[in-house]
Design a protein around this ligand. Structure first.
Ligand SMILES: Nc1ncnc2c1ncn2[C@@H]1O[C@H](COP(=O)(O)OP(=O)(O)OP(=O)(O)O)[C@@H](O)[C@H]1O
Ligand SMILES: [Mg+2]
Length: 305
């Protein structure tokens, strides 16, 4: 049984989910949920490592079948469960099991079924999943298909996404939810950037600190409805380096970061309705960056920089 194998791994080592830095309490909850064989939804804003963490489960479990379903409004029940193949139906008879073409869920047997952005899929799909999780059974057209499937079910969802369906209470009741947030500290986020960001040229520690500090300060801004993710931090880190290179330098300077902020950040944030008519996101980001530099850099570096 895949769950037993996974359980052994989970009990044997402390630091298992090494693709994710920090997030210790989530990691512990995830372990606990996996050990008890729960269905899991990782909930949180975009770009904080939900997908990375879910993929890490497959990696550590040594399970080869990792099936990923990308939730979207046009995903169908047939994509997931299966469908009737008309040619086979003619050959074997319309109600014969041979005519049934297995969907993605079957490929996850003895492995991990990873449903990314579960709340972006239509209600019909949710209901089909419900039946599968509950009864290991599904109804497709006039078929009742029995599943004898054994898989770990992990889903992710971003509650702020506006293009989503509300998950029904009955579906939610079948899951344990893990709430994941932004990296806990500046030091952790700096390490994420160092580890995961592309290296194009040198980023002095002071500049790296500034990049991370700036994004984290934006997350604290009360005027922001949508906050910048770790992808924004990574983006700023990479684009600043590219800008330095294009200016013929081997080291990132403040100007390189400044040149990158609009393109990296302004579309990744949104202002609350009460302020968005007073200022555009572009103006907001520029103003915040200026503010940061006058206040913060002066304090930290004794006026240089
Ligand atoms: N704590 C972390 N440790 C390591 N890498 C991280 C961490 N948080 C974010 N990242 C990095 O940020 C990027 C985005 O992560 P990922 O795609 O897993 O996010 P997500 O939460 O699934 O986003 P979305 O909701 O948009 O699908 C990846 O490059 C990932 O490695
Ligand atoms: Mg994701």
């Amino acid at each position: 049984m895949q769950s037993e194998k996974l359980r052994e791994t989970l009990e044997s080592k402390d630091d298992l989910f090494t693709d994710i830095l920090g997030q210790e309490s989530i990691k512990k909850e995830l372990k606990s949920a996996l050990i008890s064989g729960r269905n899991i939804i990782i909930v949180g804003p975009p770009g904080i490592g939900k997908t990375t963490l879910a993929k890490n489960v497959a990696k550590i479990s040594g399970l080869n079948n990792f099936v990923r379903i990308q939730g979207s409004p046009d995903i169908t029940v047939e994509d997931i469960l299966g469908d009737i193949d008309p040619i086979k139906a003619l050959k074997y008879g319309p109600l014969s099991i041979e005519a049934f073409q297995k969907g993605k869920i079957f490929k996850a047997d003895k492995g991990v079924l990873f449903f990314d952005e579960l709340n972006r899929c239509p209600e019909k799909v949710q209901n089909a999943l419900l039946q599968v999780l509950e009864e290991k059974k599904a109804t497709i057209g006039s078929y009742d298909v029995d599943f004898d499937l054994d898989f770990i079910f992990i889903a992710t969802m971003n509650p702020e996404d506006s293009s989503t369906e509300k998950l029904s209470d009955v579906l939610l009741d079948r899951f344990d939810i893990l709430y994941m947030g932004y990296p806990e500290s500046r030091a952790i986020e700096e390490n994420i950037v160092k580890l995961k960001g592309k290296k194009i040229c040198e980023v002095p520690e002071k500049m790296l600190r500034l990049i991370v500090y700036f994004i984290r300060a934006l997350r604290e801004e009360k005027e922001l409805e949508k906050k910048p993710s770790v992808r924004a931090t990574l983006g700023l880190y990479e684009r600043s380096q590219a800008n330095a290179m294009l200016s013929g330098r081997k080291k990132v300077v403040l100007e390189d970061i400044k040149e990158a902020i609009i393109s990296v950040i302004s579309h990744r944030i949104s202002l609350k309705p009460s302020v968005k008519y007073l200022e555009s996101t572009t103006e907001f980001v520029e103003r915040q960056f200026k503010k940061l530099n006058t206040e913060r850099l002066h304090d930290e570096s004794g006026g240089e920089g």
